[in-house]
Design a protein around this ligand. Structure first.
Ligand code: FAD
Length: 481
């Protein structure tokens, strides 16, 4: 049967909003006409509920994917509803007998897809699924005793040893259109963009959602930043990281593309590339944990933390979300989050430690706030990282290692450039005091135009006292064990 005569194949795009290195798409395009489909799944399925920042991203990413498909004389069909209903209706209308998708590994995605595959088979529709969201599938990488890894280093060694990562594949040359197009909803009708106020207006200072934006980011990173990545990745003001995380979260680029680009002939094969690949492996490790411990985002992996006495003070939490804690590095991070839907990794660790340990707010509240506000919010990375900072996760930082926000600021932002970028009230403050305005002499503050408690907050907690309080709370759960 020729391609044109074969029934079309539905390709369901989910967290793989790209044409290149998309195995489901390439397989379908090689066999028949393709109906590219994106479904806005119901929020209560767990797959549809995106945070506000990611809703912004999704709008632009779908727009970009639709435009790329149009360049191949194809289209992106947009539909809302339960996947089973949508797929069956499109299959009936188009004559499609097959649906292809790339596998997802979060618990909601897995539950939906497993049930769906069965229900579709009962209706005569065959599903084929492909790998691509991760470097290695979590069910395949196991310890010698057949269990999941809980410690990163042996996981990383095993990942490196596998070393059989297939090179990424190109986008299909030709994507044949079906005889008739199913009806599509209008993206604008999905109201994914904020309007009044348009709080995401500043996001485009940094981001270009879509596969082309991702490819440009990767290319620039490999050409300009990879060599110095190991040295610069911890300095928030250095612009030393790839900024690929939201592109990876939406699958606009595959981790294999990033991995191979970092190891490619034009790239430095030294420390920069090795460190970058190790960070990609942390993403893998997070997914490995989420796959094997599906409650990662909801429950402490270390069950002793179930007895931890959180204060959960609402006022403290609100000040943290607004970047009004009186600790400049924390406030700068939280305001970077408002402004760009992103925060540098070092600062994420500092603000998370501050919320959990200085304010004794349950890490799950922080995780939920990040989920709503990060453009790169990721069910695996976010949950695993919060549990890592809390000390309740696998291979986590011990709880008693409590970041001092002043010393962290002075070490990683010595001239206060990052702080001054996001906390303009402190712009004129001498670098010696930029991470501790509360310790500055009155004349220094006055010269910088700062009135503590008025133009910039006084610290909401005394870090030394807060540290003691946190350690006492931690002792309670360890001594009771
Ligand atoms: P790069 O340094 O260029 O790293 C390349 C890629 O490696 C990243 O895009 C990311 O996919 C992966 N990566 C890097 N660091 C980590 C890490 N520590 N853990 C897992 N993967 C990593 N990352 C997310 O993608 N989504 C999240 O929701 C998220 N939440 C976090 C919450 C907290 C409390 C903390 C401490 C970290 C979180 N991270 C999260 C991890 C990390 O901060 C971001 O991946 C990183 O800052 C993204 O910037 P980049 O793409 O420039 O990273």
């Amino acid at each position: 049967m020729t391609k044109a005569a074969a029934p079309p194949i539905i390709v369901w795009f989910r967290k793989d909003l790209r044409l290149a290195d998309n195995r489901a798409l390439s397989a379908a395009a090689g066999e028949a006409a393709v109906i590219p489909l994106y479904i806005r799944e119901p929020a209560d399925s767990g797959n549809g509920a995106l945070g506000a920042a990611q809703a912004w991203w999704l709008h632009h990413s779908l727009e970009a994917l639709g435009a790329s498909l149009a360049r191949h004389a194809s289209r992106l069909v947009l539909r809302s509803g339960a996947p089973l209903d949508v797929i069956v209706e499109i299959a009936r209308a188009s004559g499609a007998e097959r649906i292809y998708w790339n596998r997802r590994y979060d618990p909601n995605g897995i539950a939906t897809d497993t049930a769906l595959k069965k229900a579709l088979a009962e209706r005569g529709i065959i599903t084929e699924s492909f790998a691509g969201q991760l470097l290695h599938e979590p069910m395949r990488l196991l310890t010698t005793t057949g269990g999941p890894y809980r410690v990163f280093t042996p996981f990383w060694r095993a990942l490196e040893l596998k070393n059989e990562l297939a090179p990424p594949i190109d986008r299909p040359h030709h994507i044949a259109a079906p005889g008739a197009w199913p009806r599509s909803e209008r993206l604008d009708d999905w109201s994914l963009l904020p309007t009044k106020p348009d709080w995401a207006a500043t996001f485009s200072e940094v981001w270009t959602p879509g596969e082309d934006g991702a490819a440009t980011r990767l290319e620039e990173f490999v050409d300009e930043k990879l060599d110095a990545y190991k040295r610069c990745r911890d300095i928030p003001d250095a612009d030393g990281t790839s900024l690929l995380s939201p592109h990876l979260a939406f699958g606009e680029i595959s981790p294999a593309q990033a991995w191979h680009a970092a190891a490619g002939p034009q790239a430095d094969s030294g420390e920069g590339a090795a460190t970058f690949r190790k960070e990609l492996a942390w993403r893998e490790f997070s997914y490995h944990l989420l796959f094997h411990y599906p409650e990662l985002g909801r429950r402490n992996l270390d069950r002793r933390f179930d007895r931890f006495h959180w204060l959960n003070d609402e006022d403290d939490f609100t000040r943290w979300t607004r970047g009004l804690t009186g600790y400049p590095i924390v406030d700068a991070g939280m305001r970077q989050l408002w402004r760009h839907g992103y925060m540098h990794n070092r600062v994420r660790m500092i603000v998370a430690s501050f919320l959990i340990k200085d304010l004794l707010v349950d890490w799950r509240k922080g995780e939920a706030w990040f989920r709503d506000t990060l453009v790169d919010a990721d069910p695996a990375n976010n949950a695993a990282s919060w549990q890592w900072v809390a000390g309740s996760g696998a291979d986590a930082a011990p709880f008693f290692r409590i970041f001092n926000p002043v010393l962290q600021g002075e070490k990683f932002d010595p001239d206060g450039l990052y702080v001054k970028r996001f906390v303009p009230e402190l712009e004129r403050l001498h670098p010696r005091y930029v991470h501790r305005p509360f310790a500055a002499p009155a004349t220094t503050l006055a010269e910088a135009g700062i009135e503590l408690g008025t133009t910039y907050p006084k610290p909401i907690v005394d870090h030394a006292l807060a540290r003691d309080r946190a350690l006492a709370a931690f002792r309670q759960i360890t001594s009771a064990a």
